[in-house]
Design a binder for this molecule. Structure first.
Ligand SMILES: [Zn+2]
Length: 333
C-alpha cells in the first residue's frame, strides 16, 4: 500500500522540544523555476512539558482569512510559559492556495478539504493531506480548523461541530464549540463529507471543531476579533492555557436536514431577498436569479424549504446553475 511510504515532507521543527519554534514543513516540489525547489509551509510549535496537544490550522482553503489572521498572531504572541502541553499551529495549511488567494491549489487544483487521507506519492495537495493524516493528527488531542466562506460564500459567524455516532466524542466537540463562544454555535451537516479533514480527524477519534466566520474572500474586524478570542478560549478549555474562557452570548443553530441548502438552477445575476441573520419563513423567497441575456424575462425565485434564519448566502453578484445560493439554519435553545 502506498500509505506505507514515508511522507516526503521534512519538518524543520522538533515536536519533542520545549519552547517556541517557528519553522516549516518543507515539501520538495521540482518545477520549471526551481529544479530542486520546495514548498515551505509555515509551522509553529509551542511546547511546555506534559499536557494535551492542540493542532490548529487555517488556510485549508486559500481565500479564507480569519483563521490565518488569528493563527499568525497566536504564533507570534503565545508565550510557552503560559502553555501546559503543546500547540501546533499551521496558519496556512494549503500554502500554495493561500499564496494565490484561491480556494484550491494553483499547482494541482487540489481542494485540501476533499483530499484526505491524501497520498505520500500523490499531488502536492495530497502530500500535505497525507502529512496531516499520518504525522500531525495522531499527535493531537484536540483539532481546530478555521474556515470562512471564501470568495463565493458569506456566513453568519459561527463555530461548529458535527453530529457523530460516538456520542461521548460528539459531546466533547460541542463543549469545545461552546467554549470558543462565537456569536453563533452550529450543529453542522455536510453536503459532501468524503475526503474532508474533519472526517479524517473524527474517524481517528479526535475532538474536531471548525468555524465559518464570514466570507467574501476578505475578513471583517468583528470576525477577526471572534477568531482571536475564540482560539484562546479553546486553548483554555483544553487545559493548555490557564484561566477561564471569556464567554460571550452565543445563539445555537441546527442544520436539521438537506432542506437547509438551496442551489441555483439557472445562471444569472443573483438578488438576495434576505440578509444574513434575518428570519425566514418556509416558502419565502430567499433570492431571485435574473436572466441577463435579454430583457423581458421574469426572474427565477429560490424559496426556503424550511423556516429558520439565513445562515449563509452566495456572495458574488453573478451565479451559476449548481451554486449554493442560500443556507437556512434553525435557532435552538
Ligand atoms: Zn473553507
Amino acid at each position: 500500500m502506498s500509505s506505507l511510504r514515508p511522507s516526503p515532507i521534512a519538518p524543520t521543527v522538533d515536536f519533542d522540544r520545549d519552547g517556541v519554534q517557528h519553522g516549516f514543513l518543507r515539501l520538495p516540489y521540482s518545477r520549471d523555476d526551481s529544479a530542486w525547489g520546495s514548498v515551505m509551509i509555515p509551522i509553529c510549535v509551542i511546547r511546555n512539558g506534559k499536557g494535551p496537544t492542540a493542532l490548529l490550522s487555517g488556510g485549508n482553503h486559500g481565500d479564507e482569512y480569519e483563521g490565518p489572521l488569528a493563527l499568525y498572531d497566536l504564533a507570534r504572541t503565545l508565550d510557552p510559559k503560559d502553555v501546559s502541553g503543546m500547540v501546533i499551529i499551521v496558519p496556512a495549511m494549503n500554502y500554495p492556495a493561500f499564496r494565490a488567494g484561491t480556494r484550491t491549489s494553483p499547482i494541482d487544483k487540489g481542494n485540501m478539504n476533499r483530499s484526505f487521507p491524501g497520498r505520500p506519492d500523490g499531488t502536492v495537495t495530497e502530500k500535505i493531506a497525507d502529512y496531516f493524516q499520518r504525522e500531525l493528527l495522531p499527535r493531537a488531542d484536540i483539532v481546530f480548523d478555521f474556515h470562512s466562506g471564501g470568495k463565493t460564500l458569506d456566513f453568519v459567524p459561527f463555530c461548529a461541530a458535527h453530529t457523530l455516532p460516538d456520542k461521548a466524542l460528539e459531546q466533547k466537540a460541542f463543549d469545545a464549540v461552546a467554549a470558543f463562544s462565537a456569536p453563533f454555535s452550529m450543529r453542522m451537516i455536510e453536503i459532501d463529507s468524503v475526503g474532508m479533514y474533519d472526517t479524517a480527524a473524527e474517524e481517528m477519534g479526535k475532538v474536531f471543531v471548525s468555524t465559518e466566520l464570514g466570507g467574501g474572500g476578505t475578513s471583517r474586524a468583528q470576525t477577526v476579533r471572534v477568531a482571536r478570542r475564540g482560539i484562546l478560549n479553546l486553548l483554555r478549555h483544553a487545559g493548555i492555557v490557564a484561566g477561564a474562557a471569556e464567554k460571550g452570548r452565543t445563539q445555537w443553530l441546527d442544520m436539521p436536514s438537506g432542506d437547509c441548502f438551496s442551489f441555483a438552477e439557472d445562471d444569472g445575476m443573483i438578488e438576495t431577498m434576505v440578509d444574513l441573520g434575518e428570519p425566514v419563513e418556509k416558502g419565502a423567497v430567499l433570492a431571485r436569479i435574473h436572466s441577463t441575456g435579454r430583457t423581458g424575462i421574469a426572474p427565477q425565485e429560490i424559496r426556503a424549504k424550511m423556516s429558520g434564519m439565513l445562515a449563509a448566502r452566495h456572495f458574488p453578484g453573478l451565479v451559476k446553475a449548481g451554486d449554493c445560493a442560500a443556507v437556512v439554519a434553525v435557532e435552538v435553545d
